[in-house]
Design a protein around this ligand. Structure first.
Ligand code: TEU
Ligand code: CA
Length: 553
């Protein structure tokens, strides 16, 4: 019988390329992670999610896999992997890998075969459109320099589909032989003892292979259309039947394009599909509608933020929720949702972690956020490594777009902001590597690093450790009902968590100014169990970026 261990877990996401370099090539690797497992274990987290570690040409930093059963040369060997898994399990840390089922690398054996000839046994592992039938209906690509998801391939006079880069051809899930390959890959890693998988853009895997025009009702939100393929849930139920149901594992959908009304289709345990899903709706808050990931100069609306996260708490009720504010696809959460200037860095980073660790959902802590790492804000395109930035820059150049505006926006929102090397100490390259890192280290590492915070009782690092312990001490913070309070308050996000074991009130002042909040709760008799200022008051008044957890019963 599968347990639901993952409901009580705190998951720590590590971007392997940027965590710790053990062999002096400027690239993080598995042995580097092994050397830092005691640090991770001391956080008190229960599981580590590693971004893809499989063989890849790294067109999209591992999200373009050319061998699903071997370890990327940059990261080490299978022996290194076996040692990592063993060392993690010794420390009671579970390992969640990152499956990329929607597409492979074009350097994968399957694609090399598939593109050879139209009768090749691997032809139908991918989506091909014979050119004699004319150009297929447009499909927008996330990463292509021409935004076009159809690439013409001379060898067989046909187009192949790639929702992401040309080097990431979409796998054809309508082909049962391909689906079986993916299930075998899952089995291979589960039999090695892996504890779960995060599944990259899994809502996109099913396609209507007649490739009709995208209906107008999606008005340009092509990801929403991609996430509504005809057989998606049939395939997820098959994956569960064939593999997931046979292991005490966790499966987590990257829920791009999924609406709140649809999430139960993925996570309702009665449907036997996946266990959890993380949504993207929060990640569009505060971006202008017409710019490519451009922050609204007015900042984001806390009212909208509260509405979105409360709505998804409800949407997750049929299953179990997830909560995150940053990952490898997002800028640093401190810079985006908090205030990364010196005055408020510490308070607002602690406040954001208070939110993550007191909601009714499995929290994802992103490597370095526990130190208050912030955006590096590159202003030179040559400092960027991310295909998403580089190709969009190229597209704007060739189409006469506003490159200046784009580069300004990228300083705030580019994915590379969240991928800079972990800041271990104030030695060269922040102790990440002896060599020049693959991506520049944020120069603020000299004062923002783990060594600086390790023994400081007031550091963000130690506050996060305390919060994780608090969540484990009071299961009400995990399982308790969630109730939004004072919804119209534009500065303070306050909510209650309650069940038969107790009741807590969390109050978070998401602003640079003093604030007050209203609840029908008399706080005078409450016990303050956590706060990010000395002597928190119990009078419904909060200082800038003040976070308080009150225990009411
Ligand atoms: O991301 C899916 C996805 O939609 C992202 O492209 C996201 O919407 C975008 O980056 C926001 O700017 C997954 C992985 O998390 C991402 O790292 C990969 O680049 C992508 O799929 C392709 O595998
Ligand atoms: Ca290395």
């Amino acid at each position: 019988m599968k347990s639901t261990w993952w409901k009580e877990s705190v998951i720590y996401q590590i971007y392997p390329r940027s965590f710790k370099d053990s062999n002096g090539d400027g690239i993080g690797d598995l042995r580097g992670i092994i050397s830092k497992l005691d640090y991770v274990a001391r956080l008190g987290v229960d599981a580590i999610w590693l971004n893809p570690i499989f063989t890849s040409p790294n067109d999209d930093n591992g999200y373009d896999i050319s061998d699903y059963r071997d370890i990327m040369a940059d990261f080490g060997t299978m022996a290194d992997f076996d040692e990592l898994l063993h060392q993690m399990h010794l420390r009671k840390l579970k390992l969640i890998l990152d499956l990329v089922p929607n597409h492979s690398s074009d350097e994968h054996f399957w694609f090399q075969e598939s593109r050879k000839d139209r009768d090749n046994p691997y032809r139908d592992y991918y989506h091909w459109w014979p050119a004699e039938n004319g150009k297929p209906n447009h499909r927008e690509s996330y990463f292509d320099v021409n935004r076009d998801a159809w690439a013409y391939d001379q060898q067989t006079n046909a187009y192949y589909l790639h929702y992401f880069s040309k080097k990431q051809p979409d796998l054809n899930w309508e082909n049962p032989a391909l689906r079986k390959e993916i299930y075998d890959i899952l089995r291979f890693w589960f039999d090695k003892g892996v504890d779960g998988f995060r599944m990259d853009v899994v809502p996109f895997i099913s396609k209507d292979t007649s490739f009709p025009p995208i209906p107008d009702k999606y008005n340009g939100n092509f990801g929403d259309f991609y996430a509504k393929g005809p057989h998606l849930h049939q395939y997820l139920q098959e994956m569960n039947r064939e593999v997931l149901s046979q292991y005490n594992c966790v499966s987590i959908a990257e829920g791009v394009g999924v609406k709140p009304e649809d999430v139960e289709l993925f996570i309702d345990p009665q449907r036997q599909e996946l266990d959890m899903l993380y949504h993207f709706e929060g990640m569009s808050i505060g971006y202008t509608p017409d710019g490519f990931k451009e922050p609204d100069p007015a900042g984001y609306s806390l009212l909208q933020f509260k509405q979105v996260y409360s709505k998804w708490d409800k949407a997750f009720e049929k299953g179990w929720g997830t909560i995150y504010l940053g990952n490898h696809d997002q800028p640093r959460m401190l810079s985006r949702w908090g205030n990364d200037n010196d005055e408020f860095r510490e308070r607002s980073s602690k406040l954001l972690h208070t939110f993550l660790l007191t909601m009714r959902a499995t929290p994802f802590i992103y490597y370095g956020d526990e130190l208050g790492m912030s955006n590096i804000k590159f202003d030179d395109i040559n400092d960027y490594r991310d295909i998403e930035t580089l190709n969009m820059h190229q597209y704007l150049l060739q189409t006469g777009g506003d490159v200046e505006r784009f580069m300004r926006a990228q300083q705030q929102t580019a994915r590379d902001n969240g991928r800079t090397p972990f800041q271990w100490d104030n030695a060269a390259n922040a102790g990440f590597s002896q060599a020049d890192p693959w991506l520049k280290v944020n120069p603020n590492y000299v004062k923002i690093n783990a060594a600086e915070q390790e023994d400081d009782p007031n550091s963000i690092l130690n506050y996060v450790r305390q919060l994780i312990q608090l969540r484990k001490t009071y299961p009400t913070l995990i399982y308790g009902d969630y109730q939004l309070l004072d919804p119209a308050n534009p500065q303070v996000y306050s909510y209650a968590r309650s069940n038969e074991d107790g009741k807590f009130l969390i109050a978070l002042n998401f602003s640079d100014k003093d604030a007050s909040f209203n609840t029908n709760v008399d706080l005078a008799s409450a016990q303050v169990v956590q706060g990010n200022y000395p002597n928190p008051q119990k009078d419904h008044n909060l200082r800038p970026w003040e976070a308080v957890i009150y225990r009411l019963t």
